[in-house]
Ligand binder design. Structure first.
Ligand code: ASP
Ligand code: MG
Length: 405
């Protein structure tokens, strides 16, 4: 068998205890035994990162972001060293490396740093010695020489960055589900595993709340054309391939996703004249507030309403910002609701098939679910719903597109 360079990433659940770590060591060493170069990227064990955040809160409710990253980056150090020890015990040559040792050069934004480049010379040197290289995911170092982290779930992005920089032959993302499903298989029993999905569809799904892959990892995989395989570290079954083009017999819809991390804000009764949307949204953008669905009513009697959604944890900040500038908008009222959820369908097939939206709305109507807002792109349709309707809505939509024919 010809030698390949394989990057294997293992998420927190795959390394959560000694048994799981030994299981990962088995997977890694069997790949190595076949003659491949293997770079392994690990996340922190189980809920370690959440536990660290809780520990920090006990000490200081507003710790600096720098110290937070100092703390959070420790999680991956634990799993990387433990995995290396397991591999060592099995008799294979191995070395574990922290983000900075592995050459991860990032921007300075603590807690949400971007990878600028990966200087892989150290990794290469270790591979040349025929060592298995275990790298801590989720972290790097900034220009001040300080530890940074890449944002929650960022280890996927670490793995893809190494795969892209080293032109790896394969990048496998091991997790606790054995692939990408048409809906969350833990909630929808009829969910179907996809054999493949395109980058664009995966990107929409990842962004819309399907928690399989970090969306930045998909963006990067697309940019550098790195094929990803999403698979389970427990079942050893074939997973889902993420690549440029999915199945030839394209499915109309490739998945349904739900995102509860959302809030709706409405600015009521603003004057119906040019420039208001510009003023409001540029103000929000300047504060780094990301706006998602936007809805503006038709002007009537000289006024109109503008509604939009933001991430839930940005709601208070957004409302405050709007109130501070109230006289600039001339609004009569600002209302908000975080008791909402966004349900979306994604599929490259809808570009060439009319009527997909109508089918989705019919499914919602069949369960008497009321739609608050709608937004569409070429390959996705999102609706904003009352939070209590979320699960029923996903069920109904999944049934309509995947369980009846
Ligand atoms: N340990 C980090 C987190 O929980 C990174 C990751 O899991 O990818 O967010
Ligand atoms: Mg994690």
């Amino acid at each position: 068998m010809c030698m390949a360079l394989i990057v294997q990433k293992f998420g927190g659940s795959s390394v959560k205890d000694a048994e799981r770590i030994n299981n990962v060591a088995d997977i890694v060493t069997s790949t190595y035994k076949e003659g491949n170069d293997v770079v392994v990227v690990v996340s922190a064990q189980g809920d370690t990162t959440d536990d660290f955040i809780a520990k920090a809160e006990e000490i200081n409710e507003h710790p600096s972001k720098r110290e937070m990253d100092m703390l959070l980056s420790a999680g991956e150090q634990i799993s990387a060293s433990l995995l290396a020890m397991a591999i060592e015990r099995m008799g294979y040559p191995v070395v574990s490396l922290l983000g900075w040792q592995a050459g991860f050069d990032t921007t300075s934004d603590y807690g949400n740093a971007r990878i600028k480049k990966v200087d892989v010379s150290r990794i290469k040197k270790e591979l040349d010695k025929r060592r298995i290289v275990v790298v801590t995911g989720f972290q790097g170092v900034n220009k001040y020489g300080d530890m940074t982290t890449l944002g929650r779930g960022g280890s996927d992005t670490s793995a893809v960055a190494i795969a892209a920089t080293m032109h790896a032959d394969l990048c496998q993302i091991f997790t606790d589900v054995d692939g990408v499903y048409t809906a969350d298989p833990r909630k929808i029993p009829g969910a179907i595993k996809l054999s493949s999905i395109s980058y664009d569809e995966m990107l929409e799904l990842a962004t819309l709340g399907a928690q399989v892959l970090h969306n930045r990892s998909v963006e990067m995989a697309k940019k550098y054309n790195i094929e990803l395989e999403v698979l389970s570290s427990l079942t050893r079954r074939k997973g889902t391939i993420v690549k440029e083009e999915s199945n030839v017999e394209k499915m109309l819809i490739s998945g349904v996703a739900k995102d509860d991390n959302i809030a709706r804000i409405s600015i009521i009764g603003v004057p119906d004249k040019p420039g208001l949307a510009f003023k409001i949204f540029s103000r929000l953008a300047s504060k780094g507030i990301n706006v998602d669905i936007i809805l503006q009513s038709i002007g009537r009697n000289g006024t109109k309403d503008i509604s939009f959604t933001v991430e839930k944890d940005k709601m208070d900040e957004t409302i405050q910002l709007l109130h501070e500038n109230e006289e600039r908008w001339g609004a009569s009222n600002i209302v908000s609701d975080d008791n909402v959820t966004k349900v979306s369908i994604v599929g490259a097939g809808m570009e060439s098939h009319p009527g997909v939206a109508a089918e989705m709305f019919e499914a919602l109507f069949s369960r008497s679910v009321n739609i608050q807002m709608i937004s569409t792109s070429e390959i996705k349709i999102s609706v904003l719903l009352n939070k209590a309707d979320g699960d029923r809505a996903v069920e109904a939509i999944h049934e309509k597109f995947f369980e009846t024919n």
